[in-house]
Design a protein around this ligand. Structure first.
Ligand code: HEM
Length: 318
């Protein structure tokens, strides 16, 4: 009996050690992850993003959206950046919509020249996102690093996990909840819609059929988004300060000037109204909550068993 118990104790101890070692493979992210292995990383990303945003301010928005679309699909693993017919790029929410991949490629090339096979594409996207936001007037924060790139893309997960612009509040809360993000995280992250552009096809039904919309605003948007045709015509997501990262998104919502049905759902007599009002008058609170939620979203991990690597070219597995 004693020998039996001892053997079980040994087995349990071994299992605990293995679990700890297994966990170490996807250890906690840390802002200092590349401090020794790639000391110029932050400078390279910052300079490249500064040049890209100077060329086109919208690029800050496009890169931020890439990060969101990467993290919601098997965690922040660079899976969105892979090319191919089964790619996430070809999924409904991304096709003819997601943009900015060339900027990530250019950063990756320079990073590879400086520190070969060291920095993941997923980490480059996380850093580029932070710098883009900050370069157009948003806050800055230190980005936890140490992500690895997936060897495959997950097209069906991209179709399943990314919310569409017609989503209800309940759907938004559920889809963010599926990723371990709270309703508060969801409302703070939606503040990303203070920058960037949308195609007419994604807000047409709102500006022609909905009643919880400011009339002047609807008429203005109808000018360049006709009832039929012009599907890809662009409009700013934030009607007041289109290219500045600020809390104007929430001020717009309070005035029923949300561009998407899903935006206005955050301020339409539901559970997020109070928070939207707070963010609309307290930019400091918005910034703090946005940063916390970005770090939380950035911590989303690939499913266990996902094959990972440090990709050399963000568009294809090694
Ligand atoms: C809450 C649910 C969300 C929905 C339904 C949604 C939907 C959309 C749609 C339909 C577009 C326009 C795409 C196009 O015209 O091609 C867009 C743009 C954008 N989204 Fe969202 N989004 C959501 C949340 C987020 C989050 C959490 C972020 C980032 C943290 C984000 C960042 C952006 C940015 C920055 C743009 C502009 C991109 C550009 O100009 O290239 N969105 N979103």
């Amino acid at each position: 009996m004693a020998a039996f118990t001892t053997r079980w104790t040994t087995l349990i101890a071994l299992a605990v050690v293995l679990a700890i070692l297994g966990g170490a493979a996807e250890a906690q992210l840390s802002p200092n992850f590349y401090a020794k292995s790639c000391p110029n990383l932050a400078t390279i990303v910052r300079q490249r993003m500064a040049a890209a945003v100077q060329r086109e301010p919208r690029m800050a928005a496009s890169i931020l959206r890439l990060f969101f679309h990467d993290c919601f699909v098997n965690g922040c693993d660079g899976s969105l950046l892979l090319d191919g017919t089964n790619s996430e790029k070809a999924a409904g929410p991304n096709a003819n919509s997601a943009r900015g991949f060339e900027v990530i490629d250019a950063i990756k090339m320079q990073v590879e020249a400086s520190c070969r096979a060291t920095v993941s594409c997923a980490d480059i996207l996380a850093l580029a996102t932070r710098d883009g936001v900050n370069l157009v007037g948003g806050p800055t924060w230190s980005v936890p690093l140490g992500r690895r790139d997936s060897r495959a893309a997950f097209q069906s997960l991209a179709n399943a996990n990314l919310p569409g612009p017609g989503s209800s509040l309940a759907t938004l809360i559920r889809m963010f909840g599926n990723q371990g993000l709270s309703a508060r995280d969801m409302t703070a992250l939606s503040g990303a819609h203070t920058i960037g552009r949308s195609q007419c096809q994604f807000f047409r039904s709102r500006i022609y059929t909905e009643t919880n919309i400011n009339g002047t605003f609807a008429t203005r948007r109808q000018q360049t988004c006709p009832r039929s045709g012009g599907d890809t015509n662009l409009a700013p997501l934030d009607v007041t300060t289109a290219d500045a990262f600020d809390n104007a998104y929430y001020k717009n919502l309070v005035q029923q000037r949300g561009l998407f049905h899903s935006d206005q759902e955050l301020f339409n007599g539901g559970s997020q109204d109070t928070l939207v009002r707070q963010y609309s008058t307290n930019p400091g609170q918005f910034n703090a909550d946005f940063i916390a939620a970005m770090i939380k979203m950035g911590n989303l991990k690939p499913a266990t068993g996902t094959a990972t690597e440090i990709r050399l070219n963000c568009r294809k597995p090694n």
